[in-house]
Structure formats: structure tokens, C-alpha cells
Write a protein that binds this ligand. Structure first.
Ligand code: NAP
Ligand code: MN
Length: 266
């Protein structure tokens, strides 16, 4: 089995990386940063988001696992004190995987330039630095509403506990193939009207965002922010690709939610 390690870059994470590298090579596992079967990310959820985007071109071949060196993570759900157990489990390949849905974003420009296609593990958000965002929102090809406000956040089920949650979105179990649209401070009065509730769309229900103004947009994809001028449309749907996480022990999603947001008891 070939593996790669990534670190948040702080001394604790780097130390764990060195330790795991030593042990795993002693177990005759091979380091391959180009074509790993397993990527072990050490740091936090942000570190795993970076690892995901580094290996995004081989999602069908690479599985991920996260060790957290800060507070409990959603993707980084192994604690440093469990390191030995994890090393033994990794060495005892093959491993089980669980697959989580991803979000596909296609950004089409007004001109002749080619479209950009991205995948997100957490979410895509559409904002602007120039006043309000004004967008026509279409669902399955039908006009749904004209949104005015700070922006929209379109998240995956596993990303529903991140930005989406701060916007009042629901937490969605990652076994559901869906995306969620959450509003950021929509303007609602007698003139402007939006639904106001987060919407959950199933697979194949495409959402199209069509700008109503000439402003440039700040489009975030997980931890990455890009600026776009002259956007014709932003298409969002459940991606056909999935992310694969190595599963060495049960740690149910709802327990992760409980331990992160309710209480880290027993
Ligand atoms: P960051 O500012 O360090 O991330 C914000 C927090 O979100 C961190 O505590 C991060 O955990 C946590 N997080 C990331 N993915 C999560 C998930 N799926 N479920 C629960 N918590 C999660 O920036 P970053 O580490 O590069 O992460 C980028 C993410 O930040 C974006 O994808 C977005 O979801 C989130 N974000 C949140 C808000 C908000 O809540 N108001 C605003 C902007 C962006 P770690 O500390 O373990 O990295
Ligand atoms: Mn972070």
C-alpha cells in the first residue's frame, strides 16, 4: 500500500507526521506523494480540505483519513492518543471505505472563455465585495426567486456542519445524496422576497444562479476564494464523484455531531 502524509505545519502536527512516517515504513508501507492509496492528514478539518484539493484528480483511487491535533474535527476524527491503534490498522490493509457526496460547481462566463468546473467537499459560497449580491435562482430550469443579500452558501452533507451551520442550515447525514442552499442575510421586505429557509435539493435537481448585475463575485470553494467578473451562471448540483474516507473503526456521524456541538462527555 502506498501512502502520503500531510501536516498543518505546526510543531505538534509535524512531530506526529514524522512518527507515523517512521512506523508505517517499518511496516513496509511505501510513501508515494504522487499516487497514494491513502492520504493521512494531520492537523484539523482545514488540513483535510487542503489534502482533498491536492489529490482531487484521483478521488477514485485515493482514500483519506484525518488525525486532529487541535479540537475535535469532523474529517480529522482520530486523536493523537489513538496513534498506535491507527498505525496498526493502517498497516493491516486492505481497509474499508465510506463514501460521502460532493458538490459540483460549474461557473460559466459571459464571453467566449471556457467554463470552470470544481468540486467542493464542504461548500461553495457566492458573495461580493461590492454591495449586495443579486441573483436569479433557478431550480430544475424554473425560476424560483430573485435573491438579494450578502450571498448564498451551497453545501454538501458533510459540509453542513461547517459554514452552513453558522447560517442556520440543517445538519444533513452524509448518506443522503443532496446539496443545501442557505441564505446569507437576504433582504426581505415588500419589494424583495426570498424563501428565507434553507433548501435541500436531491441528486439531479440542479440549481442555477444567474447574476442580475455587473459586479464581480467572490466565489469560495472550501478554503479557497476566487474572484470572478462577467459571470453568466453558476451551476450547482450533487457531483457524480464522491470522496472516500478510510474507515478503521465506527465513529457515527451523529456521535461526531454530538461530541463537537453538544458535549464531549464520557
Ligand atoms: P477556518 O476559518 O479555520 O475554518 C473555520 C472552522 O470550520 C474551523 O474550526 C474548521 O476546523 C471548521 N470546519 C471545517 N470543515 C468543517 C466541517 N465539515 N464541519 C465542521 N467544522 C468544520 O478555515 P479552514 O480550516 O480553511 O476551513 C474552511 C471552511 O471554513 C470552509 O469550508 C467553511 O465551511 C468554513 N467557514 C465557516 C464560517 C463560519 O462558520 N461562519 C465562515 C467561513 C468559512 P479546523 O479548525 O479543524 O480546521
Ligand atoms: Mn482551519
Amino acid at each position: 500500500m502506498k501512502f502520503a502524509l500531510t501536516s498543518k505545519g505546526d510543531s505538534v502536527s509535524d512531530e506526529i507526521l514524522a512518527k507515523m512516517k517512521n512506523y508505517l515504513t517499518e511496516f513496509n508501507l511505501v510513501i508515494d506523494e504522487e499516487e497514494p492509496d491513502l492520504v493521512i492528514s494531520i492537523g484539523g478539518d482545514g488540513t483535510l480540505l487542503e489534502a482533498f484539493h491536492t489529490y482531487i484528480h484521483r478521488l477514485d483511487k485515493t482514500a483519506f483519513i484525518g488525525v486532529h491535533t487541535g479540537h475535535l474535527g469532523f474529517y480529522a476524527d482520530w486523536m493523537p492518543k489513538e496513534l498506535e491503534k491507527l498505525i496498526i490498522e493502517v498497516a493491516r490493509t486492505p481497509f474499508q471505505v465510506v463514501e460521502y457526496p460532493l458538490l459540483e460547481i460549474t461557473i460559466r462566463p459571459k464571453g467566449d472563455e471556457p467554463e470552470d468546473r470544481f468540486l467542493a467537499l464542504n461548500e461553495c459560497s457566492v458573495k461580493t465585495a461590492e454591495g449586495s449580491v443579486v441573483l436569479d435562482v433557478e431550480i430544475k430550469g424554473e425560476h424560483f426567486e430573485t435573491f438579494r443579500g450578502d450571498g448564498l452558501c451551497i453545501s454538501t452533507p458533510s459540509g453542513s456542519t461547517a459554514y452552513n451551520k453558522a447560517l442556520g442550515g440543517a445538519i444533513i447525514h452524509p448518506s443522503l445524496e443532496a446539496i443545501q442552499i442557505a441564505e446569507m442575510a437576504s433582504i426581505n421586505n415588500r419589494v424583495f422576497r426570498t424563501i428565507g429557509s434553507p433548501l435541500i435539493l436531491p441528486k439531479h435537481h440542479t440549481c442555477m444562479l444567474k447574476p442580475k448585475h455587473e459586479k464581480s463575485f467572490l466565489i469560495t470553494l472550501d478554503h479557497i476564494t476566487r474572484r470572478y467578473a462577467d459571470v453568466k451562471s453558476i451551476q450547482c448540483r450533487v457531483a457524480k464523484e464522491k470522496v472516500r474516507f478510510a474507515r478503521f473503526r465506527p465513529f457515527p456521524f451523529w456521535k461526531r455531531v454530538h461530541d463537537s456541538f453538544v458535549a464531549d462527555d464520557e
